[in-house]
Design a protein around this ligand. Structure first.
Ligand code: NAD
Length: 432
């Protein structure tokens, strides 16, 4: 099939590359000309395992091309996915300017039937707005359908998630739209949830909000564990073995971040309010997430007493492992709070250091984990990269000014580190 993806970011590039791998002819478009020029030269602007090879193979086989011309993309494809960003406005509402711009560009450039698919995460009823916008601006009186096909991939495992999803959600309102999307997704042997557009839009917001709720829930439990000396890892294990609950997203830490959960939760609260429902549960989830970071800061303060002029080594910056994405990364929030208290910060992240140099001021960015430890007053784990599991702690103990590890991701076994002579503080872990 001939497909265009408008918006070539994390979601757009992965979607485009995977659809081309399945034999479709795909055009990935973006209004960022620099990004498109890089992609044309084979430079992938984001780090995502396996993406570079996948793109190279499909470009070589002439199934995948890049363009900065939305017109070219719209003219050449019957199915057009919108995968532009939907960032938050100041008040938490989703900024749908990009979606509206693309809808207008599609309207003025389409000739003949087009299926316009929302891939971006959007509030319920956006599909209606897209349909009205196209109807208002359309030049040629061509027929078109709008559909919703929310994306559930996770950065860091995006290709595998795209190729092997738990389910595919398709929101459609015509037989033609349904047939086209069912045909496109035929190679995927997974359940298709076919519904109307509004339900599909809601499935995405509700899923992300529910996952964020699970994280805030276990983080709240970790607070209780800290107070009574229980172990949240054991509590989570005991809960997660219950099939009704399940083990995933029950990992206590310094809170969720990234480009999706915080913004999608806020957008869901906002759209709910707009249509007359006060989503109190989700407001509490967001508040608990903020509190978790403040609680991490308190742990550092409680351990070091005075923060001013202390050197804090931070391992991990990305909001989670296997990505270089720093959007809403809890590590950045923590660093800013520590700097406000006068701390000196040293950081290392296996992938995000280059991006970090652009967004962090007055931070020593180190080439490896051991350089972070050298002469630091404490070591803080902010992202659970595999690489950090394999560190030589005998060496680290010699490098640190003081053998203190505050493990914001419960990456280590407290017993092992304590045996090596470290003061170990986790999130909701049993005391020494
Ligand atoms: P991104 O910022 O990485 O990419 C968005 C791209 O859209 C950028 O390259 C930008 O230049 C381009 N763009 C913006 N306005 C445009 C316009 N008018 N015309 C053409 N291109 C335009 O964002 P992302 O992480 O890929 O997310 C895209 C959408 O998918 C968001 O709604 C997000 O919530 C959703 N989503 C993201 C993830 C994720 O893990 N990143 C997962 C599922 C869903």
């Amino acid at each position: 099939m001939k497909i265009s993806i408008i918006g070539s970011g994390y979601v757009g590039l992965v979607t485009g590359a995977c659809f081309s791998e399945l034999g479709n002819k795909v055009i990935c478009a973006d209004n960022d000309i620099k990004k498109i020029n890089k992609l044309k030269q084979g430079i992938i602007p984001i780090y995502e395992p396996g993406l570079e090879e996948l793109i190279a193979r499909n470009v070589k086989n002439k199934r995948l091309i890049f363009t900065s011309s939305i017109k070219e993309a719209v003219r050449s494809s019957e199915i057009i996915f919108i995968a532009v960003g939907t960032p938050p406005l100041e008040n938490g509402e989703a900024d749908l300017t990009g979606i509206e711009n693309v809808a207008r560009s599609i309207a003025v450039n389409m000739h003949g039937y087009r299926l316009i698919v929302e891939k971006s995460t959007v509030p319920v009823e956006t599909g209606d707005w897209v349909r009205h916008t196209i109807a208002h601006y359309i030049k040629d009186k061509a027929k078109f359908d709008v559909a919703s096909n929310p994306e559930f991939l996770r950065e860091g495992s995006a290709i595998d998630d795209f190729m092997h999803p738990d389910r595919i959600v398709i929101g459609v309102e015509s037989k033609k739209a349904r047939d086209l999307l069912v045909e496109l997704y035929r190679p995927f042997k997974v359940p298709l949830v076919i519904t109307n557009i509004k339900s599909a839009e809601l499935i995405k917001h509700a899923s992300n909000a529910f996952l964020a709720t699970k994280i805030s829930f276990i983080n709240a439990v970790s607070q209780i564990c800290d107070k009574v000396g229980a172990d949240v890892e054991e509590v989570a294990k005991g809960m997660g073995l219950d099939k009704r609950i399940g083990p995933s997203f029950l990992k206590a830490g310094i809170g969720y971040g990234g480009s999706c959960f915080p913004k999608d939760l806020d957008a869901f609260v906002h759209i709910s309010e707009k249509i007359g429902y006060d989503f109190k549960i989700l407001k509490a989830v967001a508040r608990a997430n903020e509190e978790q970071l403040h609680s991490a800061l308190k742990k550092i303060k409680d351990a070091l007493w005075i923060i001013k002029d202390k050197t804090i080594g931070i391992l991990g910056l990305a909001f989670k492992p296997n990505t270089d994405d720093l959007r809403n990364a809890p590590a950045l929030g923590l660093i800013r709070m520590l700097q406000e208290e006068g701390a000196r910060i040293k950081v290392y992240d296996p992938q995000a250091v280059n991006k970090a140099k652009k967004v962090l001021a007055k931070v020593t960015v180190c080439p490896d984990a051991y350089s972070v430890c050298r002469a630091a007053d404490c070591l803080f784990i902010a992202t659970e990269w595999d690489e950090f599991k394999e560190l030589d702690f005998v060496k680290i103990k010699k490098l640190l000014k003081r053998p203190l590890i505050i493990d914001g991701r419960n990456l280590y076994d407290p017993q092992v580190l304590r045996k090596l002579g470290f003061a170990y503080i986790g999130i909701g872990r049993k005391r020494a």
